[in-house]
Write a protein that binds this ligand. Structure first.
Ligand code: ZN
Length: 435
């Protein structure tokens, strides 16, 4: 007989869940997210929350849970995989050690911290039994290398399992400006348009060089051209609003327009946020890999380069080729990775609900509408017409070292931030799915 407990099972501590998840290694590649999905399955089973693992390839499982009944639906989204670990950490990257108020290890912020917080919030909501609608919990595989085996498969093959009125996902970390912390609500993301370039030349003896035939010289000219290229400045309503807010907070009251963006950025007192603000107001181009030549005395007949290009909403692969036509000349181009930029309007009742609830937890300072420079699973939701909003760490006093540890060394998160975000997510769901 299936006998449900009459007393409520106590809710596990969010830091314990996070510590357990960090210990389950899910570095992508190769991934191995199914082990973390099984951990969640066991946890959600304990609280009688309906759930399943979707595993398109062995080891590459995503975990989905559903609770509540009714028409309204909201989605807690996160991902189970993490990026590799480089040398030089001050502590063991997969220890999950809980010490001095922090949980230590790869994924503490990106994104197992969010998995733990959303799991804890979902369990609290399940235990409270007061939902007039459905809460979907999805922790996906494969996000760090593009999401094809995670959110990609879910949105293509099982869209009804994750379709909601809106989604909350990972997002930009709070910005620190002039020593003060401002929280961000990510409404969009740039699209990667990673490009491989191949320059061709004619091989000959290096002692009698014909430089026009030298593929490395040809590539050097292209790279120099890319470095000198000045992209057009583009303001979406959201980036305009963000810049306007930041300028006002800094005591600048100019009306922001495309023509004065660089002037405003040059005037801001806190220079640490300028590279980010520059990146979200234009296409960026970073030539990051070059290979060419085989020997000191052989004129190379081939040189390859890889360029990290990120485009804004409204721009496309064709736009990139058109803009760079003169610089690239006869160098061959090939896409290495391409995703369209995506965004969800900030002019929506869901955005307003999230913003208003955030302010209850982080104070009355303006919430910044940000565009994420990297890619997240949110774009798959946006392609399904599900507005997706991203939120980073919630804290009353952001330590910039924490943001730098994402994809870097010494990743850790403080327990107070985990608890604050859990409370916020519970409140948000209660407000939206209230009886
Ligand atoms: Zn992430």
């Amino acid at each position: 007989m299936n006998k449900k407990p009459t007393v409520k099972t106590s809710i596990p501590a969010v830091e314990e869940i996070l510590s357990d998840l960090i210990k389950i290694q899910t570095v992508n590649p190769p991934g191995g997210e199914t082990a973390a999905a099984h951990y969640l399955k066991k946890l959600f089973d304990k609280y009688h929350i309906e759930n399943e693992i979707i595993e398109p390839e062995p080891g590459r499982g995503s975990f989905i849970a559903h609770l509540g009944q009714g028409e309204k639906k909201m989605l807690y989204l996160s991902h189970l995989d993490v990026v590799p670990v480089s040398e030089g950490w001050d502590f063991a990257a997969f220890s999950g050690e809980i010490k001095d108020g922090f949980v230590h290890g790869r994924g503490a912020i990106d994104c197992k911290g969010l998995v733990a917080v959303e799991a804890c919030a979902a369990i609290q909501l399940a235990q409270s039994g007061k939902l007039n609608g459905q809460l979907i919990f999805a922790a996906t595989a494969d996000e760090e290398v593009g999401g094809a085996l995670g959110a990609g498969i879910l949105s293509a093959k099982y869209p009804d399992k994750i379709r909601a009125d809106f989604a909350i996902n990972e997002g930009d970390e709070p910005l620190t400006m002039n020593g003060k912390t401002y929280h961000a609500l990510s409404v969009g993301e740039k699209g990667p348009a990673w490009m491989k370039l191949t320059a061709r030349g004619i091989s000959s003896h290096g002692s009698v060089p014909i430089l026009e035939h030298n593929a490395v010289v040809k590539m050097a000219k292209v790279i120099n051209g890319l470095a000198k290229y000045r992209p057009q400045i583009v303001l979406t309503p959201e980036t305009k609003s963000l810049l306007q807010t930041i300028a006002r907070l800094d005591g600048l009251f100019d009306e922001i327009h495309e023509g004065n963006v660089d002037y405003i950025l040059g005037t801001l007192r806190d220079k640490t946020i300028v590279p980010y603000l520059s990146a979200i107001t234009r296409m960026t181009i970073s030539p990051d890999v070059v290979h060419g030549g085989v020997k000191t005395n052989i004129v190379p007949d081939s040189c390859e380069a890889q360029v990290d290009i990120r485009i804004l909403p409204g721009q496309s692969w064709e736009y990139v080729l058109h803009e760079l036509k003169d610089i690239l000349g006869d160098v061959q181009t090939e896409p290495l990775q391409y995703h369209s930029p995506s965004f969800s309007s900030a002019d929506s009742k869901y955005y307003r609900l999230v913003e208003e609830t955030l302010k209850e937890y982080v104070g009355k300072e303006p919430i910044l509408q940000t565009i994420t420079t990297g890619a997240t699973d949110s774009r798959y939701l946006r392609e399904m017409d599900v507005p997706s909003y991203g939120i980073g760490v919630l804290t009353l006093n952001m330590d910039p070292a924490l943001s730098e540890s994402v994809h870097g060394k010494n990743e850790k998160i403080d327990i107070a931030s985990l608890k604050l975000k859990t409370d916020f997510l519970v409140k948000l769901a209660q407000k939206y799915l209230a009886k």
